[in-house]
Design a protein. Structure first.
Length: 432
């Protein structure tokens, strides 16, 4: 991809206002790389970002990420580091931990995992031994790679048994989960998914885990932002360990988070460092602290409610356009839908949407055709468009232009650009 000088000049003016003078410095020193960053900002602003795991983080979070905390080595935990000079980053990490425990009502938080996958790795490392049996959502039904994929450490090191959703309703079959738990006596049960559009019944999972003598690990990477805003039930009172990301609906920096009770705090901390990670990324931890503070505000609660209202409105609009929405609607930010009634498979759908600047993912639907047959579904979410300020009124517009894109109507691209232009992700000037 080539970035023209014209593109760079066009966006530099707005970007200076948004991200401060440091960006000008980068543009002068390394125009080639700066041009790529600006082109990416243009790409994110010029279309609709409907990838369910994405969002627009705030300028304050971006500022913390670009701060001198990026320079600091800090292996260990506040007050017990393997490096000198950690007095101030210790305070930053303590702030992040205090804010996370207060936000989620958890006894303990570890804010160091580099990603959601690293958080899950640490949870397994804390509770399991290689070869242990784990019961988790099967990958073709919506499980994450860390829930037993043979291509991932989880599938290599543990013996995963998969549960799924009911063929008719698309809902988790809790009787089947209970049967599998009785049959396989897993050491841990994982609840959480990359595509399940409804709230897991955490109390039911707790009961099944107790009956089986298993730990309950909630992988709430997707819904944790809704939990923070009071728009989804919390797994914290039920799960032994809650794993999460900070960059999805929660809208913080890219990273992971683990919540647990005081009884498991030491094991979780040792599983993160030194067992699976090295030095903490203090700039990211500072940015997590900023995001946790943002997420504790009434404005964030309103955003979280709006994310769900928007997803329901969008699901209704898509159903009206002939897509078959999994479970009929959604409780969360996330929608999956079968696009084959419109005469396309999931990959063709993603390509046609991309051509119209509507960015979304393909999705293997539960009980759909097995690979190598192409996926039949798409997966999308409303977190990013809600952060941009879109509300229920905009959702039928998105549904119409998305369906137009699937029909390869040329007007779809202009409609997407027009809607995106009405809701710039970084509208305000933050410095002169
Ligand atoms: C996103 C996600 C993860 C992994 O997060 P990364 O930061 O990409 O490693 C893990 N589990 C679930 C259920 C997820 O949705």
């Amino acid at each position: 991809m080539s970035v023209t000088a014209a593109q760079t000049t066009r966006t530099t003016r707005t970007t200076r206002a948004q991200w401060g003078p440091d960006f000008d410095l980068l543009a002068r020193q390394d125009p080639e790389l700066a041009g790529l960053l600006l082109a990416e900002l243009d790409r994110q602003s010029a279309g609709l970002q409907l990838i369910a795991a994405e969002n627009f983080t705030s300028p304050a979070v971006l500022a913390a990420l670009g701060s001198p905390l990026a320079n600091k080595y800090a292996e260990g935990y506040p007050g017990a580091r393997h490096h000198g000079g950690c007095e101030l980053v210790d305070l930053a990490e303590r702030l992040a931990v205090e804010r996370a425990t207060a936000l989620f009502g958890a006894q303990h938080a570890n804010v160091q995992p580099h990603s959601g996958s690293s958080a899950v790795l640490a949870a397994y490392a804390a509770l399991l031994r290689p070869g242990d049996t784990v019961l988790a959502m099967a990958l073709p039904q919506g499980g994450h790679l860390t829930h037993g994929s043979p291509a991932n450490f989880s599938g290599r090191w543990f013996d995963f048994v998969g549960y799924g959703v009911d063929r008719a309703t698309g809902l988790i079959d809790y009787d089947r989960v209970a049967d599998l738990a009785r049959e396989h006596r897993p050491k841990a049960i994982v609840c959480g998914s990359i595509s399940y559009p409804r709230h897991p019944d955490y109390a039911a999972f707790r009961e099944i885990a107790d009956d089986a003598g298993a730990y309950l690990i909630a992988d709430a990477a997707h819904p944790i932002g809704l939990v923070a805003g009071g728009a989804a039930p919390s797994p914290v009172p039920y799960a032994d360990v809650v794993c999460a990301t900070t960059h999805k609906v929660l809208r913080g920096p890219r990273g992971g988070l683990i919540l647990c009770g005081a009884d498991l705090a030491d094991r979780i901390d040792r599983a993160v460092f030194p067992f699976t990670q090295g030095g903490a990324q203090m700039h990211t931890i500072a940015a997590k602290a900023v995001a946790f503070a943002e997420a504790s505000t009434p404005a964030f609660a309103a955003y979280a409610q709006q994310v769900v209202a928007n997803a329901r409105a969008l699901a209704e609009g898509l159903a009206g356009e002939g897509l078959v929405v999994t479970t009929g609607s959604t409780d969360t930010h996330l929608i999956t839908a079968d696009v084959t009634p419109l005469g396309v498979d999931g990959r063709t759908a993603r390509g046609r949407c991309a051509a119209a600047r509507v960015v979304l993912d393909t999705c293997c639907l539960p009980h759909g055709p097995e690979p190598p047959a192409p996926p039949t579904g798409v997966r999308l979410g409303t977190a990013a468009v809600t952060t941009q300020g879109m509300r229920e009124a905009e959702m039928p517009r998105i549904a119409r232009l998305l369906a137009a894109a699937l029909r390869e109507e040329p007007a779809a691209r202009a409609a997407a650009s027009e809607l995106a232009a009405e809701f710039p992700p970084y509208p305000k000037a933050h410095s002169g």
